[in-house]
Design a protein around this ligand. Structure first.
Ligand code: GLA
Length: 723
């Protein structure tokens, strides 16, 4: 039993294998948060502190008791208008224009299995792996009900939270803010760690103290964004990679979000996450409901490393879906950096021939195959094959590729329309626009209004007509601009639900096709998308040195199995940097692996090296995908980037290291390993040396002396019986 209700004291206790979460509906019906942390026993209402604080009022139900204030007590779901002046999770505008909701405990339900959410992706689990707690709070004046949902995955140490606002009243209300999770801490010093970035430089970790006032990050771009990822860690000030208390919130949603952390007047900390309240005001009619997407929470008492592995496990086993999650993915070569828009059917067939010669599984025809698209200024929406460019039908091209023994994949960007397209000329009103205003252009394209069913249906019809033309085994789903021209308060949310509806239909109709998500690289790299697309192109930046940092930041929440990563040409197209083929291969192997270059331009030595690279990846891909992932260095601070994958049974490991800088008169560089069996010996394949697991973890390995800049190394370790 993961969820326990103490009926006398109205205390709810959630236990996972290593954590406990507790809350209490007090005598006045307010749901107070008591605890989240390492697994413990007993009731923790003794932590509540009552005192008469000036300018912190009391709800009427407290009578003349001036020591009871929601401005000071830890709350489970704080609501605006209840006398709590801190950041709130809920803001409802009632039919009469008043802005208040006073949710009081009404009832609860505990059920076997994990809840699902109408129209939204959510963590999934077998019935015997999860339990659900639903606590219903009710506003007596308006009859609005707030259903707090808790999904408990005991073994995985995961608690999910979501909220449904049910309008059981008689008039329409407007939801102005409905976050999904709130954690109140009555004491402690905390830092917030977020992952900021920009196009081609995503997910840089930034750690800042949570001080008085509000720390707030989020997205108002309509997608989860390159700029701030919807995963944030709240860490005790002393927490490090391997020690200390830290809490994660990961939003399973692909649109606008907000994460807030606040230290209040009494030095208590509130940490919350959910849908952004900006560009948002959602009308809910009498009898209808509004569902907030899910936040995935976990806690680690051993720093960020353990927190990350809990998220990796959750994403791989309870977020990603479909047949590709746990099998070897096709190793692909993509036409984008090989040819950009400058290709025809023969170029693609040539790539397939090269792929066959090297042992690459699949060719992906990227942007430029439809309408009149020879640059990025036209044709989005015109999902009709440019047969003139391809020199025949799509089916014929796919047959020519398949005839080489190579699979075929294709790029699409269904959410977009170019003004220079037949679709736009026929339906200019299908693009997101604010009536009476000219729209904001980005990459010279506009966003289709996916909140509208007829728009989605027409695009789905066109995309299906393409996919039905031949043996397509992979789709790269792109989204190359941010949302603007949000013409109403429901649009940004309904757009994302429309996107999920589309993806749901596509994945059920084509369950054998692997879909890789993309948004100018990693602009929509989130757990919501991962539910439909088990891999996402991590960044448009394919430079191996930049990638060590991007992939490091990405690894805090996301497993390598979802990270789209390719070897590209040098000088690198984004940075101009030259790195060796070996270094590029080592870095790309921390992901789904593939190539993004024209092999015809390579020497026969380089081709031979690629064959070896492919063999190395194939040998380790299961370990990389399914193993425990450890960060061994911080590439923003240290002279090397280092990481490793360890088999769940600790029988083998793959260590990868990249030198980030080269200095004169160098001294030895050491890297300490992690996650091995301390008592056992390991054989390192390339040298034949045997090391004790403890020695590798405590003293580390000595890297070969550097001979050139940006060198990379891989060490393969296998457990052996004795020294
Ligand atoms: C985005 C993607 C690239 C490529 C181009 C095509 O930028 O991230 O990989 O597909 O679009 O226009």
């Amino acid at each position: 039993m993961a969820i326990i209700f103490d009926a006398d004291r109205k205390i709810f206790t959630i236990h996972t294998k290593h954590t406990t979460y507790q809350m209490m509906a007090d005598a006045k019906g307010y749901l107070l948060h008591l605890y989240y942390g390492p697994r413990t026993k007993g009731n923790m209402d003794y932590l509540l502190c009552y005192a008469d604080h000036g300018f912190s009022g009391s709800p009427y139900a407290a009578g003349m008791d001036r020591t009871y204030s929601l401005d000071a007590l830890p709350q489970e779901y704080p609501s605006l208008g209840t006398g709590d002046y801190r950041n709130y999770a809920l803001d409802i505008v009632n039919a009469n224009g008043t802005e208040c909701c006073d949710p009081i405990f009404d009832r609860y339900k505990i059920t076997k299995g994990k809840y699902s959410l109408q129209g939204l992706p959510a963590v999934w689990a077998a019935d015997d792996e999860a339990e659900t707690l639903e606590i219903v709070l009710k506003d007596e004046v308006t009859q609005v009900e707030v259903h707090l949902l808790y999904g408990v995955l005991e073994e995985a140490d995961i608690i999910t939270r979501s909220v449904i606002i049910q309008n059981a009243g008689t008039e329409t209300i407007t939801v102005k803010k409905a976050l999904s999770a709130c954690l109140d801490f009555v004491h402690g010093d905390y830092d917030a760690i977020s992952f900021y970035g920009r196009h081609a430089m995503e997910r840089n970790p930034e750690r800042v103290p949570v001080g008085h006032g509000t720390y707030r990050i989020g997205s108002r771009r309509g997608s989860s964004s390159h700029q701030y990822n919807p995963g944030v860690i709240l860490a005790e000030r002393t927490a490090t990679e391997d020690a200390g208390n830290c809490y994660g919130m990961l939003f399973m949603y692909s649109g606008n979000f907000v994460c807030e952390a606040e230290r209040d007047q009494f030095n208590q900390t509130r940490f919350q996450m959910g849908l952004s309240d900006e560009l948002f005001a959602y009308p809910v009619k009498a009898g209808a409901e509004f569902t907030a997407p899910e936040v995935i929470m976990t806690y680690s008492d051993q720093g960020f490393s353990k927190l990350s592995r809990q998220y990796h496990n959750c994403i791989l086993n309870h977020v990603c879906k479909g047949k590709y999650v746990h099998i070897n993915r096709p190793i692909l070569i993509n036409s984008w950096e090989a040819a950009y828009f400058d290709f025809n059917g023969d170029t693609i067939v040539d790539l397939a021939k090269q792929a066959a010669e090297l042992g690459i599984d699949m060719v992906v025809m990227d942007d430029g195959w439809f309408g009149k698209r020879n640059d990025d200024n036209s044709s989005l929406g015109d999902w009709f094959v440019n047969e003139e460019k391809l020199g025949g039908t799509l089916g014929q091209l796919i047959d020519r590729v398949n005839a080489q023994g190579v699979k075929f994949g294709i790029w699409i960007e269904p959410e977009m329309v170019s003004e220079n397209s037949n679709l736009y000329r026929a339906h200019p009103d299908w693009a997101l626009t604010i009536p009476g205003r000219a729209p904001i252009r980005s990459r010279n394209q506009l966003l289709l209004d996916f909140s509208r069913k007829e728009v989605r249906e027409e695009i789905l019809k066109r995309i299906c007509a393409i996919l039905d033309q031949g043996n397509i085994e992979y789709i790269k789903w792109d989204m190359n601009r941010s949302m603007s021209d949000v013409y109403a308060g429901n649009v940004a949310y309904d757009y994302v639900l429309g996107l999920y509806d589309f993806l749901g239909k596509l994945t059920s109709r084509y369950s054998d096709i692997l879909i890789e998500g993309c948004s100018g690289g990693g602009g929509r790299f989130d757990a919501g998308m991962m539910y439909y697309t088990p891999q996402i192109w991590c960044s448009d930046n394919t430079d191996a040195i930049n990638r060590t940092r991007i992939q490091y930041g990405t690894s805090f929440f996301y497993p390598t199995a979802v990270v789209g990563s390719h070897v590209s040409a040098v000088p690198n197209h984004q940075t101009g940097r030259i790195t060796s083929l070996n270094t590029r291969g080592v870095v790309a192997m921390a992901g789904t692996f593939g190539y993004e270059m024209n092999p015809a331009l390579l020497s026969s030595e380089e081709k031979e090296e690629i064959r070896t690279q492919l063999a190395t990846y194939r040998r380790h891909q299961e370990l990389i995908r399914e193993g425990n992932y450890y960060r061994l260095s911080d590439p923003f601070q240290e002279e090397v980037a280092a990481w490793m994958s360890v088999a769940k049974d600790q029988s083998q490991a793959l260590v990868s290291v990249v030198r980030l800088s080269a200095e004169g008169n160098p001294f030895g560089t050491y890297v300490k390993l992690k996650g091995l069996d301390a008592e056992s010996f390991y054989l390192e394949e390339s040298t034949g040396n045997r090391y004790c697991g403890m020695a590798l973890m405590q003293a580390g390995i000595l890297l070969p002396m550097a001979t050139t800049e940006y060198e990379a190394y891989q060490f393969t370790l296998k457990k052996v019986q004795d020294a």
